[in-house]
Design a protein around this ligand. Structure first.
Ligand SMILES: NC(=O)c1ccc[n+]([C@@H]2O[C@H](COP(=O)([O-])OP(=O)(O)OC[C@H]3O[C@@H](n4cnc5c(N)ncnc54)[C@H](OP(=O)(O)O)[C@@H]3O)[C@@H](O)[C@H]2O)c1
Length: 239
């Protein structure tokens, strides 16, 4: 059984359709508004309402999923408070509530979804896939709360992968997704996600970049070089 968050969002709907169409997978779709989803609840899938910025709602929905459908095999953390087109000047223009909600949904709720996926049932071989942003690791421009909250989940997942190596963790460092305009092809992303879900014997942790080889290497090298250059070592006396 695969739990998908943000199933009514733009990428979420694509993932939901692919999960439903995949033989042998039993998708459970989480959304803030079930009326937005055009699927019938039946033998193939179930739909639950969740308010991700409410921890009680997250705990309650995973309790109900376990009770009704049994063990969760895979979780796709896709839901997010995303960037506002054209937004700039965080200091003067961002709403406090938006900052809080971004961290609540993008980091804390996703982490709770992982906790409740791994906390019950089988204690090995579960798959956690986070749809992050390519700049979660490096930081970027303008959308401070978005990249920072994605970084929180990135970092948490690395720690979890260390502490629970019997499970499979993927941080998908997505660039712009082609949702009708331009960007990474969602079919390529689904092909990768499908392969990870169907092959839980995979490596414990990977972070995934959908980029041409040269661009990918340049991105990582530039990041490591910039990080190296802005670090400094100071002498310290050790007691
Ligand atoms: N679009 C891109 O180019 C792009 C690029 C890089 C990374 N990503 C990542 O890809 C994922 C999907 O992005 P998208 O463009 O499809 O975003 P989107 O259309 O805004 O969908 C996000 C969905 O998250 C869910 N959500 C947000 N707040 C919630 C809350 N408080 N409670 C419950 N659900 C909540 C909603 O799902 P429901 O509608 O079902 O309630 C919402 O539709 C995100 O993690 C995003 O960061 C996207």
């Amino acid at each position: 059984m695969v739990v998908l968050t943000g199933a009514g969002g733009r990428f979420g709907r694509i993932l939901a359709e692919r999960l439903i169409a995949e033989p042998g997978l039993y998708p459970v779709l989480l959304t803030s508004d079930p009326d937005k989803l055009p699927y019938e609840t039946g033998a193939a899938q179930a739909i639950y309402r969740v308010t991700l910025n409410d921890p009680l709602s997250v705990r309650d929905v995973f309790g109900r999923i376990h009770d009704a459908h049994g063990d969760v095999d895979a979780l796709i953390n896709n839901a997010a408070v995303i960037t506002l087109p054209g937004f700039e000047d965080f200091v003067h223009k961002v709403q406090d509530t938006r900052v809080m909600e971004s961290f609540a949904v993008n980091a804390a709720a996703a982490l709770l979804c992982i906790k409740y996926t791994l906390g019950r049932g089988r204690q090995h071989g579960k798959t956690i896939i986070n749809i992050l942003a390519g700049r979660a690791l490096t930081g970027h421009q303008r959308h401070v709360e978005y990249y920072a909250s994605k970084a929180g989940l990135y970092n948490a997942t690395r720690t979890l992968a260390h502490d629970y190596p019997q499970h499979v963790f993927r941080n998908v460092m997505s660039g712009r997704i082609d949702l009708g305009d331009r960007g990474d092809n969602p079919e390529s992303m689904w092909a990768y996600i499908r392969q990870v879900i169907l092959n839980p014997q995979a490596e414990a942790y990977r972070e995934v970049y959908f980029r041409p080889r040269g661009e990918y290497l340049w991105h990582l090298l530039r990041y490591y070089w910039q990080h190296f250059r802005c670090c400094e070592r100071r002498p310290v006396e050790r007691n």
